[in-house]
Design a protein around this ligand. Structure first.
Ligand code: HEM
Length: 224
């Protein structure tokens, strides 16, 4: 079974992400939206929205650096393991707090009021649940690792990161994931499920940054 998770599942996830997103765009462009609910409940969104999205951008940057840049390269330019760890935690812990804290505030807003609840679909519920598990295992793993509870020998840059790059190189090396702690195995599997679900959820809005907002004049809303 572990062979499936570390060899076939990543390709199923990438293929569903790319083909599913393209299919949704071509067949249902009008439904390509995050279904803004700002007009239903605005106050808490002003803090929760930026908090969640800033945390997401920071964590995304951390993943790109931690997973795509080989340890040999950072060693080669003189960044010691200790220094790398300090930099990673210095960015990673605030990122995790913002990401998870923003997520909790967004969920409280969504499930607190009846009018928000009726505007929440089953698919919204499914992606919120999978996202929650992905965030909690990622941040939980980071914190457990920071306090040494995942063992002295564990370093994700010598197992998860080279495994992920081996997948990108179309030659997945399953053995690299063998000794990875359960919490990070769960995190990576959940992340792949997030990718599989992505095209069928409101998350697609992140691919449509509204650049034209900067050019057009403001829309004025007035109270009745
Ligand atoms: C296959 C893709 C992914 C891999 C291989 C992966 C791997 C990792 C690893 C190794 C860490 C530990 C980083 C550290 O300790 O500094 C981590 C942390 C984390 N991951 Fe992922 N991840 C993936 C996708 C995702 C996705 C899709 C999400 C969110 C939706 C996510 C959310 C997080 C969060 C919130 C943390 C905590 C890091 C922080 O505090 O900045 N990850 N992930």
């Amino acid at each position: 079974m572990s062979g499936f998770f570390w060899t076939a599942l990543p390709y199923i996830a990438f293929a569903t992400l790319i083909v599913g997103t393209a299919y949704r765009y071509w067949t249902g462009e009008r439904g390509w939206t995050t279904k803004s609910s700002e007009f239903l409940s605005k106050k808490s969104l002003m803090i929760a929205g930026p908090m969640f999205h800033l945390g997401l951008l920071m964590a995304f940057g951390g993943h790109v650096i931690g997973i795509l840049i080989p340890k040999a390269l950072t060693d080669g330019i003189g960044i010691s393991e200790h220094l790398y760890h300090i930099i990673a935690l210095g960015g990673g812990i605030p990122a995790g707090i913002l990401f998870l804290g923003g997520f909790f505030l967004l969920m409280r807003r969504r499930f607190d009021t009846p009018r928000m609840k009726v505007n929440t679909s089953t698919m919204d519920g499914v992606i919120y649940f999978v996202l929650f598990l992905t965030l909690i295992t990622g941040f939980g793993g980071t914190l457990l690792n920071a306090v040494g509870l995942l063992g002295d020998d564990f370093n994700y840059r010598t197992c998860i990161s080279p495994w992920f790059r081996s997948v990108l190189a179309m030659s997945p090396d399953v053995s690299l994931m063998a000794d990875t702690p359960l919490i990070f195995k769960a995190h990576v599997i959940l992340a792949m499920f997030t990718m599989i679900l992505f095209p069928f959820t409101r998350l697609v809005h992140c691919l449509s940054f509204p650049f034209e907002y900067f050019m057009r004049s403001a829309i004025i809303y007035r109270r009745k």
